[in-house]
Design a binder for this molecule. Structure first.
Ligand code: UGA
Length: 320
């Protein structure tokens, strides 16, 4: 009998890629997504079109905050909790309620639903935003967690909830702290997506700050690989950094992006945005040693694949 897997946030950037990989590996996947309108829902529908063609896939369109889990918990082997209200810069003021509902309350509800049900693994989509500003690079998992954004606070709270259910109830939790993920289906609020879309339409690109900030950019296929490795991990560690293995300034990565795009693009430098950290760089020693994780993506080639994906939205999604 094939194993039953749940992917929350299945129509999102990472959830949809992960779901395809699990279906390709022969799992039965129940995908949950409430299609929040943080960006054009047509992109989310597009993301899961391949999954919907697979008879081993079932889609549940509902919020984790209202869903009745009673039947779902029976016979489920693995849960990949990718659903979240994402985005660092948008998490201030009134929006914070949405972050609390999606990242804390929903995670708490999921943990409550699955405790005591013989789950083999719950993988939580953690975030590098839990670290905040740091003088110590690369950051290891033991680095202090002092988020700089309200979003980071909610991702840290979600992770802490998962870990306390592990400690108290034996819920088999692993948190993977993702570092700025990119590639086809990247969210519309994220830098590469905005830059490529604007450049293709002759619109200016806005850089927040001087462009000297650095990021450890991680290609989405490496993130999927880390999730699959976390499924069968037999060791004692619970929290892993998952990065791309290098860091680069925003200015340098912008040069690579512009090389991959036609024509001239106007680049404008603007004020920094509150919540944005100056640098991220993952120490991935633990993931390497314990999970056998080794990022494989080449930055230039991976950028091209995101450019091609954005081009492919033309004619399907208005504005592309
Ligand atoms: C990303 C994700 O959006 C978060 O959801 C995730 O939790 C986080 O990574 C993480 O590592 O945990 P971020 O690093 O801000 O956050 O990713 P991008 O939106 O791709 O931004 C990268 C850099 O580009 C930032 O310095 C940002 O200020 C800059 N940026 C972004 C611009 O200069 N202009 C823009 O229009 C957008």
């Amino acid at each position: 009998m094939s194993k039953k897997v749940i992917v929350t946030g299945v129509a999102g950037f990472i959830g949809s890629h992960l779901c395809e990989a699990l279906l390709d590996d022969g799992f039965d996947v129940v995908g949950i997504d409430c299609f929040t309108s943080n960006y054009d829902v047509r992109i989310k529908k597009h993301n899961i079109s391949r999954c919907l063609e697979n008879t081993n896939f079932t889609l549940i369109e509902e919020s984790l905050n209202t869903l009745d889990f009673t039947e779902l918990v029976e016979g489920t082997d693995y849960v990949f909790h990718q659903a979240a209200q994402p985005g660092v810069r948008d998490s201030w003021q009134k929006k914070f309620d949405e972050y609390v509902d999606s990242n804390i309350r929903a995670t708490h509800r999921l943990c409550e639903a699955f405790r005591g049900h013989n789950l083999k693994r719950l993988v939580y989509a953690g975030s590098s935003s839990v670290y905040g500003e740091t003088a110590e690079l690369p950051m290891s998992e033991s680095h202090p967690t002092r988020p700089l954004s309200p979003y980071g606070v909610t991702k840290l709270a979600g992770e802490a909830l998962c870990l306390l259910y592990k400690q108290n109830y034996g819920l088999p939790v692993i948190s993977l702290r993702y570092f700025t993920v990119f590639g086809p289906r990247q969210r519309a609020d994220m830098a590469f997506h905005k830059f490529i879309k604007n450049a293709l339409h002759g619109q200016p690109i806005e850089i927040y700050g001087s462009g000297t900030q650095t990021r450890d950019f991680t290609f989405v296929s490496d993130i999927v690989d880390a999730n699959l490795r976390a499924m069968d991990y037999g060791g004692d560690e619970s929290v892993f950094n998952i990065g791309g293995g290098a860091r680069i300034t925003l200015n340098s990565v912008l040069d690579l992006l512009l090389d991959a795009l036609p024509g001239e693009t106007d680049v404008r430098y603007c004020d920094t945005i509150k919540g944005d950290v100056s640098h991220t760089y993952a120490d991935i020693t633990l993931a390497r040693d314990q999970l056998g994780y080794a990022p494989k993506a080449n930055l230039e080639e991976s950028i091209h694949s995101e450019v091609e994906w954005i081009r492919s939205l033309r004619g399907t999604v208005p504005g592309y």
